[in-house]
Design a protein around this ligand. Structure first.
Ligand SMILES: Cc1cc2nc3c(=O)[nH]c(=O)nc-3n(C[C@H](O)[C@H](O)[C@H](O)COP(=O)(O)OP(=O)(O)OC[C@H]3O[C@@H](n4cnc5c(N)ncnc54)[C@H](O)[C@@H]3O)c2cc1C
Length: 244
């Protein structure tokens, strides 16, 4: 039995290699730029000739400034032309259940039918980790589950049936693609203090990466209160991020 913590990587960067990150950013912000421009340009052909990758620093500023201006309007469909593909591993099954409720994203999750656990990996909620007695009881319980699971599998019980005894804390791994419009919605909901800490921590890690790559899209994004300048929840948190 092993205790693990969730980790996030952006597969777009992993696949390209970090040396090509500027090309990826150029291509994606140009797609946004031309999608917004298409809506307001009378030109039929050739209007996409103005900028190409690699952009100069000055061109990048012009393009980003235009997108920033557009982001102030409720015109959001151009954001759907760019996606980010995330690999989140060591997320627990309770969090992954919340995760896949986001229907406008595409999800591919490790199968508990085809993948058997030789070594049961589990996450630990902070409240349990910070209570030594409860943490010891937690570990003992998980070790018992692992032993029983392995006993089932060794005695010919198919993995799809043996998994019936696995806890919510069992780590899972998922690849998720979201377009930027859906990502903003995801951050609005999952960076909110009303969301569970496990998913909130992952959402903030993703938001940091998204802000680094596309500041003109994500710089004012966070929990929904940040853009609404008020909290719409029945029970507001004490943090009040919209006031900072
Ligand atoms: C703090 C918190 C507590 C929650 N508690 C519960 C709970 O107790 N029980 C529970 O079952 N769920 C709960 N949820 C899950 C929640 O109801 C949503 O299922 C989840 O947040 C996914 O978001 P979404 O519906 O906006 O879907 P997304 O797929 O992210 O959709 C994005 C947006 O697209 C639009 N959209 C997508 N599909 C449709 C559609 N079929 N029809 C119309 N518009 C659509 C909506 O505007 C939607 O907001 C909770 C979520 C949060 C953040």
């Amino acid at each position: 039995m092993e205790i693990v913590t969730p980790k996030v990587e952006l597969l777009d960067i992993v696949s390209l290699g970090p040396e090509d990150i500027n090309t990826l950013i150029d291509v994606n912000i140009l797609k946004l730029y031309y999608a917004y421009r298409r809506c307001y340009s009378g030109e039929v052909e050739g209007f996409t000739n103005k900028y190409h990758s690699p952009m100069t620093a000055a061109e990048r500023i012009e393009v980003e400034d235009f997108i920033r201006k557009m982001r102030k309007s409720p015109h959001e469909s151009p954001l759907e032309h760019v996606t980010m593909t995330w690999h989140v591993y060591n997320m627990d099954r309770a969090i992954s259940h919340q995760w896949v409720r986001h229907r406008l994203a595409a999800h591919s999750q490790a199968s508990q039918r085809y993948v058997k656990y030789d070594n049961l990996e589990v996450t630990v909620p902070d409240s349990i980790k910070n209570n030594e007695n409860m943490f010891q009881a937690y570990k003992k319980y998980m070790e018992g589950v692992e032993e029983l699971y392995k006993g089932f599998v060794d005695n010919g019980i198919p993995a799809e049936d043996a998994r019936a005894i696995l806890p919510n804390a069992t780590a899972t791994h998922i690849v998720t693609t979201m377009n930027l419009r859906e990502m903003i919605h995801f951050f609005n909901e999952r960076c909110c203090y009303r969301a569970q800490k496990g998913i909130r921590d992952i959402a903030y890690e993703m938001l940091d990466i998204a802000k680094d790559m596309y500041p003109c899209v994500f710089e004012n994004v966070g929990p929904k209160c940040v853009s609404m300048h008020r909290c719409p929840e029945a029970r507001p948190c004490k943090e009040k991020p919209f006031q900072h």
